[in-house]
Design a protein around this ligand. Structure first.
Ligand code: AHM
Ligand code: MG
Length: 326
């Protein structure tokens, strides 16, 4: 009988290989997978359960919260809040970190997440996602443990709710993909040791903002269009970071969210959007920068800090770096 491997089993195996046999970490990640299964069920039901539309409140970023944003946030807080290894939860939807275990010797981990990414696509049956990053809780001020550069992440991952629901994660030992099998309620291994192609044929950027980008980005996209990297490029832009990233991971190419005159620091958030995806990209052989330097080296100053974000295949990313330097 050909046996399946669930994400739970996979993490346990990895821990054994890394001689971290406590099981704490897999128990923690099971909180994330459970929450994403709750979210997926709501998304799957679509408009039938009255879950479409605005919740009527704004989040800390001054953005309209959607009902599903609120639900996804509550699902993660609920499922992770019960794990005693968790010291704090940091969410896009909450201004301050939610402290779970006030004892500094307690919870070993901090989970940082964007509960439902791609809000503008929720009501129109287009892919959305959940992004998460796991940090180690060090002794001392909680804030110092949260504001770590991304290279110190213990693990990172995302779920993309698409035609199928896919979970991708890394603990720094390669990138692994799982597909939710609803008939058994488990994420089943579908792609071990994922690699991003060296070069792709898609670029992904919101070109409506082109007039507001620094000139180097315009020149770069012009260069791709003109065949300057030896390939004919096509464009793809979903407007859900997780979905645009997932395509870039599988097919290669480049995703850009450059700084604009209105948002000179970019739109995407460093801690729960750029960092986890940058870790996954690097682990798969790709690269991630803020246009100037490696995303994972940025020392964060605030939990909701924004950054410009460029991620993709080695060939496209090296060409971008040349262009921005010139
Ligand atoms: P959100 O967290 O409010 O959903 O915003 C983040 C989203 C990303 O998923 C996506 O890459 C980006 O915003 C799209 O922004 P724009 O509409 O400016 O292209
Ligand atoms: Mg988001």
């Amino acid at each position: 009988m050909a046996m399946i491997t669930t994400v739970q089993q996979h993490i346990l195996q990895e821990q054994r290989e890394q001689k971290e046999a406590s099981g704490t970490f897999s128990w923690l990640l099971s909180g994330i997978t459970l929450a994403t299964k709750m979210v997926e069920a709501k998304i799957r039901a679509g408009g039938l359960t009255g879950m479409y539309g605005a919740a009527g409140a704004e989040n800390v970023q001054g953005e309209q919260q959607q009902k599903l944003d609120v639900y996804a946030n509550e699902a993660l807080l609920h499922c992770l809040g019960m794990r005693d290894s968790v010291a704090a939860l940091v969410s896009e939807e909450d201004e301050e970190p939610v402290r779970i275990n006030r004892d500094p010797d307690g919870g070993k981990y901090i989970i940082v997440f964007d509960p439902l990414d791609g809000s503008s696509n929720i009501d129109v049956n287009v892919n959305v996602g959940t992004i998460f990053s796991v940090l180690r809780r060090a002794p001392g001020e909680l804030e110092a443990s949260i504001l770590r550069p991304g290279y110190q992440q213990v693990a990172a991952g995302y779920v993309v709710y698409g035609p199928s629901t896919v979970l991708v994660y890394t603990t720094g030992n390669g990138v692994h993909g799982f597909t939710l099998d609803n008939s058994i309620g488990a994420y089943v291994l579908s792609a071990e040791r994922m690699r991003m192609p060296e070069q792709g044929t898609y670029y992904s950027v919101n070109e409506a903002h082109a007039a507001e980008w620094p000139g180097a980005y315009r020149a770069y996209v012009d260069r791709l269009r003109a065949g300057g990297l030896g390939r004919e490029y096509s464009s793809r832009y979903i407007g859900s970071l997780v979905a645009d990233f997932h395509r870039t991971l599988l097919k290669g190419g480049v995703f850009l969210y450059p700084p604009t005159t209105k948002q000179p620091k970019g739109k995407l958030r460093l801690l729960y959007e750029a960092n986890p995806l940058a870790m996954i990209a690097e682990q798969a052989g790709g690269m991630a920068t803020d246009g100037a330097g490696r995303v994972l080296d940025i020392v964060p100053e605030g939990i909701h800090q924004r950054t410009s974000f460029c991620v993709g295949s080695r060939v496209e990313m090296e060409a971008l770096a040349e262009g921005v330097r010139a």
